[in-house]
Design a protein around this ligand. Structure first.
Ligand code: SAM
Length: 291
């Protein structure tokens, strides 16, 4: 890999690549590029790429993080990108590391991770996600029916406000919501570090943060879709008491029984209920609906 490392180092600077291939950042694709090699290396190292079987990168863009993942020893990277303007730049990186970078042109929302990555394991995801579809991608990976999932770790960059929602518990009420319940139900989550807006081209409006999610081996059992429904109802009217907000589930007179079966206080509000409480509600809902 030493020869490949020097071929990677010899690639033109990313600013030149972007200018040369005419890849001006498009807002509609959530494009904020990283050109700082120290930073891309830091993000790549957080994924410990040399210990992965395959790394999936969503949205490689011109390939700053892709280069770093390969330089840090990823045996194989599968990078899925929607923007065809980025493909020539990515092909140059693939040529520098024969057989280690597979470029997939397409929409990451439409392709499951295991289909992208094949059978190699451990499968890890490392990405500076497009802000416009980042949470949708994350929710899709976590709501997947099969658990444990195909991935052993997600290392993802989000806007800091989204990162704080991902790791939030009832102790941080303002940030706690559906996303936090979903993520912490099935994963251990933490913010690894923040990234200044100045690190991006063009700079976004807000600070970003890199988040790590590690799947729990045995999350509390419940149906992901019902968990989504109860959190949607409860946080849809987060200032209202559960006995009121959960009426949106359509259980009518049984709403009180549902809350009682979950062992919750009907006067509590969504932001006070820990993940276990929402799991209990989802299970109580299942009991009512399948009775
Ligand atoms: N990884 C690069 C970096 O760090 O400089 C680019 C990150 S930029 C925030 C997000 C990238 O995701 C863009 O290259 C964009 O074209 C791509 N993208 C946006 N939506 C996508 C989708 N649905 N599927 C795959 N890639 C997508």
């Amino acid at each position: 890999m030493t020869g490949e490392r020097s071929r990677l180092d010899a690639l033109p600077p990313l600013r030149e690549v972007v200018a040369g291939f005419g890849v001006e950042a498009k807002k509609s694709l959530g494009q904020n590029f990283l050109f700082d090699l120290n930073l891309t290396r830091r993000i790549a190292r957080a994924a410990d790429p040399s210990s992965a079987g395959v790394i999936v990168e969503v949205g490689p863009g011109p390939g700053g993080l892709t280069r770093a993942l390969l330089a840090e020893g990823a045996p194989r990277v599968v990078a899925i990108e929607r923007d065809t303007r980025c493909l020539p730049a990515l092909r140059e990186i693939a040529d520098a590391c024969p057989g280690r970078l597979e470029i997939v042109e397409g929409d990451a929302l439409a392709v499951p991770l295991d289909r992208l990555a094949g059978d190699a394991r451990p499968l890890r995801v490392c990405a500076n996600l497009p802000y416009n579809v980042g949470t949708q991608l994350l929710a899709g990976w976590i709501e997947a029916q099969a658990w444990p999932p195909a991935f052993d770790r997600l290392i993802l960059m989000f806007q800091r406000e989204v990162a704080e929602r991902i790791v939030a518990t009832p102790a941080r009420r303002a940030d706690y919501g559906r996303l936090g319940v979903l993520c912490n139900w099935r994963c251990e989550t933490k913010i690894l570090f923040e990234v200044s807006r100045a690190a991006f081209t063009p700079p976004p409006k807000v600070t970003s943060a890199v988040v790590e999610l590690r799947p729990r081996a045995a999350p509390l059992p419940c149906d992901a879709r019902r968990l989504a429904r109860v959190t949607q109802a409860a946080f849809g009217q987060r200032r209202k008491m559960l006995r009121q907000s959960l009426r949106a589930l359509g259980a009518g007179e049984a709403t009180g029984a549902l809350i009682a079966a979950a062992g919750l206080d009907p006067t509590a509000r969504a932001e006070e209920i820990p993940v276990e409480g929402f799991v209990a509600l989802a299970r109580a809902l299942e009991a009512i609906e399948t009775a």
